[in-house]
Write a protein of this length. Structure first.
Length: 70
């Protein structure tokens, strides 16, 4: 369902209706298997990152990491 916003635009939907469609897809995604998988991956990545930081390994700049650019 990649071209949905384009389809909404082509059918002449207004901004609010188009956003409602996007929000609906987001809501459906939140409870899907893909969402659970994505959450697991994100959590695992965060856990690994925090462990790396806790060990204080060289090459991990704490200040840079804190601002999202390790």
């Amino acid at each position: 369902m990649i071209g949905a916003p384009a389809a909404a635009r082509a059918s002449g939907r207004g901004g609010r209706e188009r956003r409602a469609g996007i929000r609906k897809r987001a809501r459906l995604f939140r409870h899907s298997r893909a969402a659970r998988l994505a959450n697991r991956l994100t959590e695992a990545r965060m856990r690994v990152d925090s462990l790396t930081l806790a060990r204080g390994e060289p090459g991990v700049d704490r200040a840079a990491y804190k601002h999202g650019n390790p």
